[in-house]
Write a protein that binds this ligand. Structure first.
Ligand code: GLP
Length: 243
């Protein structure tokens, strides 16, 4: 627990930096990092960028896989997760754009896109560290309440609560929020060697307490982390209000 979202970001960025620094890349295996969108990871991205600018870490030997993407939103739309990731992070660090993987929500073969994504993760050697945020309903990636805990990358219809929460990015207009997304599954996240979750703000307090203090269940998909041997939740004070 850290006092503020900025301190959460600093802690998590330093944590990730340490993992990347301690990893010995080979031509066959680079460090594989899973990444989220949303406002919660922004302080982490900011601090990671500053570490790269200071020459303290490099993303040259890092491969990334993003968690999710809207279906049907043009890639260059300001609110696509593709645009978000380049604006908030990738454009500011020394990553090779060829090592960046983001689901393509405009592929006419969406099922094929999801299958290929799982295969690409496997081909990269699996995810070493999956960074995640959570939704107000306790979802991880876009694994909405009711998602199977054994789910893999797939198409998901967004819950009304998520459409409502994310409408703030679309001028408050619910009609403009895409109804579907592609998302890694709960099992895809659990397959990572390590999972780190950033949680900030009182809006997330109830979801966090359900995920930690109640049993593992498919209504709060973050709770699946209870099954993982190496997972860490970094929260700010406000997010712990219900613990
Ligand atoms: C979306 C994303 C999630 C993210 C959530 C929270 O639903 N699909 O991966 O965790 O937003 O966003 P924020 O951090 O802005 O509250």
């Amino acid at each position: 627990i850290r006092d503020t979202p900025a301190q959460v970001g600093e802690y998590v960025a330093n944590y990730i930096a340490k993992r990347i620094r301690n990893f010995n890349p080979t031509p066959e295996k680079k460090f594989v990092l899973g990444l989220p969108t949303g406002s919660s990871p922004i302080p982490t991205y900011k601090h990671l960028i500053s570490l790269v600018k200071k020459g303290e870490i490099s993303f040259k030997n890092v491969i990334t896989f993003n968690m999710d993407e809207y279906v049907g939103l043009p890639e260059d739309h300001p609110e696509s997760y593709h645009t978000f990731m380049f604006r908030e992070f990738f454009s500011h660090v020394d990553i090779d754009p060829q090592n960046v993987h983001i689901l393509n929500g405009n592929n006419p073969d969406l099922i094929g896109e999801c299958t290929a994504y799982e295969e690409a993760i496997k081909a990269a050697g699996g995810i070493d560290l999956f960074l995640a945020g959570i939704g107000e309903d306790g979802h991880i990636a876009f694994n909405e309440p009711g998602s199977s805990l054994a789910s893999r990358t797939r198409i998901k219809t967004l819950a009304y609560d998520t459409i409502l929460a994310n409408s703030r990015f679309f001028g408050g207009d619910l009609e403009k929020v895409p109804r579907m997304a592609l998302t890694v599954g709960v099992a895809t996240v659990l397959d990572a060697r390590e999972i780190v979750v950033v949680v900030s703000g009182q809006r997330k307090a109830l979801a966090l307490s359900k995920a930690i203090e109640e049993g593992v269940n498919h209504l709060t998909t973050l709770s699946a982390l209870q099954l993982h041997q190496h997972s860490l939740i970094v929260a700010d004070e406000d997010a712990t209000a219900e613990l």
